[in-house]
Design a protein around this ligand. Sequence first.
Ligand SMILES: O=P(O)(O)OC[C@H]1O[C@@H](O)[C@H](O)[C@@H]1O
Length: 296
Amino acid sequence: MNTIILALPGAETLAETLAQQLHCPASTLELHRFPDGEGVVRLRTSVDGQRVLLVAHLDRPDDKTLPLVFAADAARELGARELGLVAPYLPYMRQDDRFRPGEAITSRTYARLLSSTVDFLVTMDPHLHRWPSLDAIYTIRTRVVAAAPAIAEWIQREVERPIIVGPDSESEQWVADVARRMGAPHVVMSKVRHGDRDVRVHLPAGADHAGRTPVLVDDIISSGHTMATAAHVLRGAGWGRPWCVGVHALLDVASVDMLHRAGIARLASCDTVPHATNAIGVAPLLAEGIRGFLAA
Ligand SMILES: O=P(O)(O)OC[C@H]1O[C@@H](O)[C@H](O)[C@@H]1O
């Protein structure tokens, strides 16, 4: 079966790069907004009888998910035989519980929506905390790709004698993997969240930087408060100015400024979400993950 890549608006660069890596054609989608704000998508190429890979950057997902669903439905109606979604950042993974009475568990609802939209999903380091794997909520085939090889390679190139630091217990999975690949030590801090922009972070007793440069690594940087607070704590403990690396950079310009005011040495992110801090390319890793679905 032939494969064609369709880029959702904003994902054209990633789609092109993946098309080169996977040796298949890529096309773009037209998104028109009517005066009342409703949108309509239009496929610019035939998809009849083909496997379609929809490529989307799903930060700010509320505006982007409906066009994705419309594009998938249109492709299906126009003869696509199989539909895959490549979404390097998978949104709505953090609300995985009813933290306050009456709250929606958006992870589950979003998973149900995407599972009814496409046949398979390729994503990178989704925020799996309470769910053991995506299979707990997604009913389609999924493939999780780790950014750790690209992050480890980048840190190795850029930072002399690093020690990898996780700002909270959830980050241990990513931090341990990155550190192991580089043969560097790692330490994981503990965090208590009191609100969207209010976190407390602690270094474990006895933790020592051993003259190394701290590199904070986390999956998501959103408000930036986790990284900023962790940076304050590290500096206060005499660890020097930490570097900060995030897989998914969701933060705005004000949050980037706040991080620099917190005294970080450098902020870098993977290009799962287009952002001024993108320094680590993950397309080759994503392409590898996609290949498993292209065999038939
Ligand atoms: O503190 P901000 O940047 O808002 O949020 C990002 C943090 O919130 C967690 O779920 C992520 O794993 C990360 O540690």
